[in-house]
Write a protein that binds this ligand. Structure first.
Ligand SMILES: CC(C)(COP(=O)(O)OP(=O)(O)OC[C@H]1O[C@@H](n2cnc3c(N)ncnc32)[C@H](O)[C@@H]1OP(=O)(O)O)[C@@H](O)C(=O)NCCC(=O)NCCS
Length: 196
């Protein structure tokens, strides 16, 4: 068996665009900064308790440029793939999905991160977005498995993962530092064999 290997890809790779019925996923661009910062700022109180601590200047143009450079390098090195979610209808940024921590060799897995504008929740945008990202991961990146970890009380995220076919596989104590505290997480997994 020859496993897909991590390799440095050329920097002029065409940017991936994943199209669903109602959403488009594409990598962040430098021109997205002001719209991205606006929507992140609007959702700050909602997202901060669920994410790693927001650095003080994280919404500035300078910070965004450094973040963009890291995301580009990660994509070129097959380490992580970041996407913004836009509505197809009016091309508004409504959230993000990240395929993170790609592990090649005999593992071939990655973890999923995601967030959605609070005003756009409850209509299935994230379910559609994750289906696109997972399909891309399995078909194009040749991954074999996705992982996701949720705070035990993040019920909307847990519902979403179960709806997509993830299985609850375990519990990790003090797993990720969320909002300044090492916090316990429920762990979910989806091997390609369970994906249709
Ligand atoms: C987790 C999160 C993305 C879930 O958002 P969401 O809008 O509930 O997720 P979905 O897009 O799957 O929408 C599901 C809801 O839409 C409803 N829905 C309506 N139309 C639908 C459709 N066409 N397709 C699918 N679901 C639809 C579903 O019934 C469900 O509602 P319910 O929760 O009341 O049953 C969101 O709460 C979030 O951004 N949280 C903060 C960040 C976070 O927690 N990230 C994950 C860390 S582990």
């Amino acid at each position: 068996m020859i496993w897909p290997r991590r390799q440095k890809l050329p920097s002029d790779l065409p940017l991936v665009k994943l199209e669903g019925f109602r959403v488009i996923l594409r990598p962040p661009q430098l021109e997205d900064w002001s719209k991205w910062a606006k929507i992140r700022d609007k959702n700050r109180a909602f997202l901060e308790p669920l994410e790693p601590t927001w650095p003080e200047n994280c919404l500035t143009r300078d910070f965004y440029e450094r973040r963009y450079a890291r995301q580009t390098k990660d994509r070129q090195q097959d380490r992580a793939y970041s996407f913004l979610i836009l509505t197809k209808e009016n091309k508004t940024i409504i959230g993000g999905v990240n395929i993170n921590n790609i592990c090649r060799g005999a593992a071939q897995y990655a973890s999923l991160g995601y967030w959605l504008d609070q005003d756009e929740q409850g209509v299935g945008y994230m379910a559609e977005s994750l289906r696109l990202a997972i399909n891309y991961g399995f078909k194009d990146l040749k991954l074999h498995r996705f992982h996701a970890g949720c705070l035990a009380d993040n019920q909307s995220s847990i519902n979403l993962l179960l709806k997509l076919g993830f299985t609850e596989e375990g519990f990790a104590k003090k797993y990720v530092r969320i909002n300044g505290q090492w916090q316990d997480h429920k762990l979910f997994g989806l091997p390609v064999e369970d994906w249709n």
